[in-house]
Design a protein around this ligand. Structure first.
Ligand code: UFG
Length: 339
């Protein structure tokens, strides 16, 4: 079966995708430096799938090391590039770290894969490239705008790099996947999201509050023009997201692309407010969450959800798991992990 290189394969979305790939019989090679992931993720993947992925510890900012790592796996058929820093707040405080890490890594990976002749590439992008949206749902043709954070801007610039690069090299088959809000965890409860320090994102903040690690959840703003005043997002189960990568990969491997660079939104197409997520979490897990409304968080948009038609029509993929399954799996993971 084909060998696939997964950068950042020990991270949150990367690890779930590695499992989906192994389950489909792919031979997976993970490149990771554990800068924001734990080494025992490889053991956890082995526990779930029965197979330990091949692994190379490499800092993707080191051009020569990246080339060496690719040289060891020349026969790989595709690269799925997850490795990146992703904390919005941290990126505002340390913008150069984000530009350096996310963009140097991307360029080194592209150079190395070209050097060894791998033409298929999937990039981990984000709905953040839509910036402050004007209308809904977001389609892949909605205008791309300057994201609020340097993190978001690294995704926008990365997409521009990929566009220019594929324009100059027509034999390449590249896809960018724009994630909306990935949450939840693998059904086994053995892997899930593991933010370092205080979580920025809603779901890990909820599960850590329920676990007693945080006193209370602060709900950022209840004066948005939405049904209950709290902000609306398109939450997508991380396992659905992993399966979307599989669909994109199969599409690339079958040479079905019309253009050599294509972009797909990955969401459910359904928006939920912060309060709806909280209620769903309480109901699904039969507990009460300590939360309080506070002022809006700077840079947040009121509403964001995806049009999912393109991924469905072209990749034959759509999300299957509902909000209940997302919040229940997130809580199962948090509890298992704390044990
Ligand atoms: N929220 C709270 N309290 C918290 C955390 C979040 O009320 O403690 C709210 C936010 O204000 C927002 C919603 O929950 O309304 C979702 O917030 P997240 O931080 O989980 O997600 P965002 O939509 O802000 O961020 C996501 C991705 C980022 C990406 C960003 C912009 O996680 O990677 O979208 O598109 F940059």
């Amino acid at each position: 079966m084909s060998k696939i290189i997964v950068t950042g394969g020990c991270g949150y979305i990367g690890s779930h995708t590695v499992i989906a790939l192994i389950d489909q019989g792919y031979k997976v090679v993970v490149f990771d430096d554990f800068s924001n992931a734990s080494e025992d993720t490889l053991d956890r993947i082995a526990k779930i799938t029965g197979i330990r992925p091949l692994f190379t510890r490499v800092d993707l900012k080191e051009k020569i090391k990246v080339l060496e790592a690719f040289n060891e796996h020349k026969e790989a058929k595709a690269v799925i590039h997850f490795a990146a820093y992703k904390a919005v707040k941290e990126s505002i405080n340390n913008p150069l770290d984000y530009y350096e890490n996310n963009l140097f890594s991307l360029i080194n990976v592209l150079n190395a894969q070209q050097a060894v002749g791998i033409n298929n590439f999937i990039f981990s992008s984000s709905a953040t490239v839509y910036g402050m949206p004007e209308s809904f749902p977001m389609t892949e043709n909605s205008p791309v705008k300057r994201p609020f954070s340097p993190y978001g801007n690294t995704k926008k610039i990365a997409e521009e790099i990929l566009e220019d690069y594929t324009n100059a090299n027509t034999k390449l088959s590249f896809i960018s996947l724009r994630y909306f809000n990935p949450i939840g965890a693998h059904d086994s409860g053995h892997i899930g999201e593991l933010p370092s320090g205080i979580p920025n994102n809603l779901m890990p903040y909820i599960t850590q509050t329920a676990a007693g690690l945080r006193d209370k959840l602060w709900v950022f703003g209840d004066d948005y023009p939405t049904k209950d005043g709290t902000a609306v997002r398109d939450y997508i189960h991380v396992v659905d997201l992993a399966e979307a990568h599989l669909a994109a990969l199969q599409y690339l491997m079958k040479n079905q692309q019309k253009a050599n660079y294509e972009i797909y939104n990955l969401g459910t197409g359904q928006g939920y407010s912060v309060l709806e997520v909280i209620k769903s979490f309480e109901l699904a897990n039969n507990l009460r969450l300590n939360y309080e409304i506070t002022s809006r968080r700077e840079g947040d948009v009121a509403v964001m959800y995806a049009s999912t038609d393109l991924a469905k029509q072209v990749l034959g993929w759509s999300a299957k798991r509902d909000l209940k399954s997302m919040v229940a799996s997130a809580w199962k993971w948090e509890q298992n992990f704390r044990k």
